[in-house]
Design a protein around this ligand. Structure first.
Ligand SMILES: Cc1cc2nc3c(=O)[nH]c(=O)nc-3n(C[C@H](O)[C@H](O)[C@H](O)COP(=O)(O)OP(=O)(O)OC[C@H]3O[C@@H](n4cnc5c(N)ncnc54)[C@H](O)[C@@H]3O)c2cc1C
Length: 263
């Protein structure tokens, strides 16, 4: 039997220490719900893992009423997110989506940052955060930058983070009225997720899970042809959760029902 390769561990309470360590061979490790299986399958072979779990600076949740936003540390777990009173009050759709992620083990150990940085397409959080117009705070030992979550997730299992960068937090504007999130899920992960923000004159539609990355469109309310064009233009994945034609027809039916549109 082949011996397991040695694996290093970098562990500190200080954000600066973990920032100094992160790099191509030094993989950030939060809950490990994606990283550990990926390593087991040989898809990731870091020389060391950099443990983020002890870094308090990555675990805060702050409500800024004056700014109308909530800042969520990258190492906040789905469970904590879904139970936090400020998140439940100001971001009820996000709290509800987090409460329904995977299973109890994944919700207790998996984190917001791990979800976004792994960029597995079949995610609820990415879709809801793109719909909310959330921004990602990113740091490296050399500096910091802010980008939208839409810009962070560039494709399936692909982000715009450099190897030495960490996602430290996401800042999420308070939820607008008229927001909802619905998902179709037959397996452990969502097959299709749809976030809607509906007002008298506008439909904002964000589709996730069934596409490589969350895709958002803003369409004038009642513009059924514009909505049909958006749905027809989406590239749906072809995987064990179903063929593209199935996902497109479920999306069409959901939008017809929830928006009263004729597609
Ligand atoms: C059985 C199962 C069911 C699931 N169901 C759902 C579901 O229904 N809905 C849904 O949305 N998701 C679902 N997920 C995905 C789940 O949300 C993620 O597995 C979890 O959030 C990942 O977080 P983690 O802390 O465990 O990440 P880790 O495994 O620790 O890390 C994942 C990746 O991100 C990198 N990383 C982690 N944190 C950072 C950071 N701060 N900065 C930079 N890179 C970082 C790691 O290096 C690694 O590459 C499911 C997962 C499983 C295993």
């Amino acid at each position: 039997m082949a011996a397991l390769p040695e694996l290093g561990l970098v562990r500190s309470d200080e954000l600066d220490d973990v920032l100094a360590a992160v790099g191509y061979d030094y993989a950030p490790y939060a809950g490990g719900t994606e990283l550990v299986p990926a390593m087991g399958l040989g898809l990731r072979r870091p020389a060391a893992i950099v443990d983020l779990k002890r870094v308090e600076a990555l675990k805060g949740i702050g409500v800024d009423v004056a700014a109308g936003s909530v800042t969520i540390g990258a190492a906040v777990t789905h469970r904590r997110l879904s139970e936090h009173p400020g998140v439940r009050e100001h971001l009820p759709t996000l709290a509800a989506a987090a409460s329904r992620v995977g299973n109890a083990r994944v919700r207790s150990t998996g984190t917001v940052g791990g979800n976004l940085c792994f960029a597995e397409p079949r995610s609820d959080l990415g879709c809801v955060l793109v719909a909310l117009g959330a921004t990602a705070e990113v740091r490296s030992a050399g500096g910091a930058r802010t980008l939208s979550v839409d810009e962070l997730i560039v494709g399936g299992f692909e982000t715009s983070l450099a190897e030495n960068e960490l996602l430290t937090a996401v800042t999420v504007p308070f939820e607008p009225t008229g927001m909802s999130y619905w998902k179709l899920q037959s397996y452990e992960r969502p097959t299709l997720g749809v976030a809607l923000v509906v007002s008298a004159n506008q439909w904002q539609v964000t589709v996730g899970a069934a596409t490589e990355r969350p895709t958002r469109a803003v369409i004038a309310a009642g513009d059924d042809a514009g909505l049909a064009d958006f749905v027809d233009g989406l590239e749906f994945s072809d995987d064990m959760t179903g063929p593209p034609a199935y996902k497109r027809s479920v999306l069409r039916a959901y939008l017809e029902q929830s928006l009263g549109a004729a597609l």
